[in-house]
Write a protein that binds this ligand. Structure first.
Ligand SMILES: [Zn+2]
Length: 278
């Protein structure tokens, strides 16, 4: 049985722990201190750390966790010099076995030039959200689904800043994510949903799905303090960076941002710049 647990770390980071019997891996640990007590409480061995990109709030726990547990460290081969302690560099398109779970490696460079995401096609039978100001709770509607570990490439209602990539990279990475199974859980690394949805509602004021999601966010977070993960299909109707790829919603976004209709690179670039200033 595959189980997904969320661990709130620092101010708004999320680490994911995937438990497969007595084996486990974690995704993007900022530090070891937040992870070690959870491993102990669950009585699981940490087989591996899986990294999406090199930022310190994603890899800061690598070295100490490896020293303590002897775990492997999986990360992007094309950015391996920036992943501390990496032992298992992976290529885009590769499938890698981590703690007995098969992950596929996706290219989502844009936030950083080395950013990758991981798709797990095996459904998670238990899914537990745990936010910074809440307590852990299972969310039944999220169970029985595969998952995408997207780091900072995609957030609920938005996407990561362009630190190293271009609008063309962002467009390409959104197309990669849009091609994934819609029922997948989007396991992103930060709780930015409120800020993202407020921006989305600002750009697309007539979009009822965005407004409904924003209006329901407090209730969504009430039980666990977290709105993450949620499904990719929900992103398809509320995330402006994915909506830009849709011809009808894209036309509205293009008009709002004064970008030629159909110019998805221009749209996601203008959306990201506007969000930076929002
Ligand atoms: Zn980052």
């Amino acid at each position: 049985m595959l189980e997904l647990l969320q661990i709130p770390v620092w101010r708004d980071n999320y680490v994911y722990l995937v438990r497969n019997g007595d084996r486990a891996f974690v995704v993007d640990p900022p530090d070891a201190a937040a992870v070690l007590p959870v491993l102990e409480a669950l009585s699981v061995n940490l087989d591996a750390i899986v990294n999406t990109h090199h930022h310190p709030d994603h890899v800061g726990g690598n070295v100490q966790l490896r020293e303590t547990t002897g775990c492997a460290i999986v990360g992007p081969a094309h950015d391996q010099e920036r992943i501390p302690g990496i032992t298992r560099p992976v290529e885009v398109g590769e499938r890698v076995d981590v703690a007995g779970v098969e992950l596929s490696v996706l290219d989502v460079r844009a936030h950083t030039r080395g950013h990758i995401a991981y798709r797990c096609d095996t459904p998670f039978e238990r899914v537990t959200r745990h936010g910074h100001d809440g307590s852990p709770g299972r969310v039944a509607r999220l169970e029985g689904r595969p998952a995408l570990f997207v780091g900072d490439s995609l957030f609920l209602g938005g996407c990561g800043r362009l630190f190293e990539g271009t609008a063309m990279d962002l467009d390409a990475s959104m197309r990669v994510l849009a091609a994934q199974p819609p029922q997948s859980l989007v396991c992103c690394a930060h709780e930015y949903t409120g800020s993202n949805l407020r921006f989305a509602a600002h750009v697309l004021p007539a979009n009822g799905e965005i407004q409904n999601r924003l209006d329901g966010l407090a209730d969504e977070r009430a039980a666990t303090g977290s709105s993450v993960p949620d499904t990719l299909e929900r992103e398809f109707v509320t995330n402006p960076f994915l909506l830009a790829l849709d011809s009808d919603a894209g036309a509205v976004i293009a008009a709002a941002l004064d970008v030629p209709a159909g110019d998805t690179v221009g749209m996601v670039g203008a959306l990201r710049s506007a969000k930076d200033r929002f």
